[in-house]
Design a protein around this ligand. Sequence first.
Ligand SMILES: Cc1cc2nc3c(=O)[nH]c(=O)nc-3n(C[C@H](O)[C@H](O)[C@H](O)COP(=O)(O)OP(=O)(O)OC[C@H]3O[C@@H](n4cnc5c(N)ncnc54)[C@H](O)[C@@H]3O)c2cc1C
Length: 444
Amino acid sequence: MSRETLYGWGRTAPSVAEVVTPHNEEDIMAQFNSSPGVIARGLGRSYGDAAQLSGGVVLDNRELGSIGEIDALGVVTVGAGVSIDELLATSIPRGWFVPVTPGTRQVSLGGAVAADVHGKNHHVDGSLATHVLALRLVTPSGAFTVSPTSDPDLFWATVGGMGLTGVVTSVTLRMLAIETDQVLVDTQRFANLDGVMAAMAGGDDAFRYSVAWVDCMTRGTHMGRAILTRADHARARDVAAVSLRAPRSPTLVVPFSAPSGLLNSLSVRAFNELWFRSAPRHEEREPTSLTSFFHPLDGVRDWNRLYGRRGFVQYQFCVPESAGDTVVEAVTRLSNSGVPSFLAVLKRFGPSNPGHLSFPMPGWTLALDLPVGPTKLPGVLDDLDELVLGAAGRVYFAKDARLSPQKARAMYPRLDAFLAVKRRVDPKSQLTSDLARRLQLDGK
Ligand SMILES: Cc1cc2nc3c(=O)[nH]c(=O)nc-3n(C[C@H](O)[C@H](O)[C@H](O)COP(=O)(O)OP(=O)(O)OC[C@H]3O[C@@H](n4cnc5c(N)ncnc54)[C@H](O)[C@@H]3O)c2cc1C
């Protein structure tokens, strides 16, 4: 056990906890028997305060690291501390890819399940939970193997439940068969947001993966200019030479925090301009490595330090299909506010799943990276919350560092049903986190 200061990826809300590294389920149970407050932590890639607990016990699950055999149908059981990076290192050479990946492969399977992560393929494949066949879960009431059929309530409360129903120790999931380590990418530049949204609504269904990078710092007719990339896995017949290589480790590292204020309106505008100009105007079926397409940011280790000591906030919301105008209004407000924002990520979501606190809903999602510093920022985000709520949308807990409990409750109408399941397995509300305390998600 060691006393440590823990941060989320945005480095905005540190807190001090006792960090314990369990090696097995008994070690986790021992913590429930002795500590009033416990939360699991994966690789700390949630942006806010979800994987920390001020004054409590944080279970660092990296030792839960086994990777089982992948069977002929792609089914594999993986320890919750295994990262997507480690899983891919084993699975790609055998012809299997993860069915869903977030924008970084440096997340643990436990963390990915707890946030019910989505990727660029939600409109086709749903979120991670769709591909999970069973979980092993340790709760204060005992350890269970939970599947969507054995205990649907507990399963659906746990996926997306941000670690508040128990500690996941292993995940059984079905992988996706691939013939190569390449995707064929179509790239298109759009002069404004309306153009790219129309293209996505009309054409995304023809591709497994789709994502648009949106410039939120341009105004007028170029408001929300964007680069749309859409892709499918390359078949063996699509490439000159078939390869199935594991992803490479990052070669670049940001060794220390940059001075706060380095990322201001001027530098962010210049970066966005460069990014936009460097993308091809129109390109089709360009063979691209899995790593470059899915995890471009993983090429630089600790890139979050570029935001300086004050850190940054990621604001990600989703709204229903019919509320596309809310996305336009959000980008308009942001570009008018002058608050610097890196290229935002716009995706379309397909149907949601029964997860009580799962984030995706059919429609649109926009994720914004915003350096902390501008005095206007908190007010701008409070306004965006109202806008999102007005459209029956919600903010993603895995990215959040600042929402209020009232708004969280309004955005997640199944919170009471979630709390009822949580009480069943955690009657003394021992499972809690800084996020859960702030948003009253722990039933206390
Ligand atoms: C660059 C970047 C890109 C991202 N892109 C996406 C994206 O495209 N889509 C998306 O959905 N998310 C995305 N994310 C967010 C990320 O996928 C989630 O925050 C994920 O939960 C992080 O996993 P982790 O292992 O780092 O978990 P942590 O951040 O350590 O923890 C996250 C939550 O999971 C819980 N948890 C962790 N391990 C366990 C366990 N074993 N049992 C129970 N609960 C557990 C924690 O208590 C906490 O509530 C991105 C993050 C980054 C930094």
